[in-house]
Design a protein around this ligand. Sequence first.
Ligand SMILES: [Zn+2]
Length: 136
Amino acid sequence: MPVYTYYCNTCKISDDHFGSFEDLMASRPKCDRCGSDMARHIGVFAKTAGKWGDSLGYFDRGLGQYISSPDERERIMEERGLVEVSKAQLDEVQHREYTEHIQHQQQVSLFQDTMKATNNNITQSIDKTFNLTENL
Ligand SMILES: [Zn+2]
């Protein structure tokens, strides 16, 4: 049986579940810790750590290592011969997760750039990141 990785947005933790595809589509597992519905994560997109990780990166479960920037992730994937699943191959749920993932990467990049530009002004960096995101 395949293993699927689920993520709890409340607790910021992920968990692996076994099951048939039908089982997994029929119901979402609940978080062991808080009881919330967990979201399915797919392959290389799955990651642990909170939305901002430690603010300057996150642990990529798919790659099994800490990633500090989208560029670094791309380089590692290239080195290992990994290919991102194409948008066309994704179903609706996967497509949404893919879009969120890309937005997340853009936000992390912008946040990091703004941190550098503002001499690590976190408030200003968060403001700029989210204002731009809302206008996308
Ligand atoms: Zn939870």
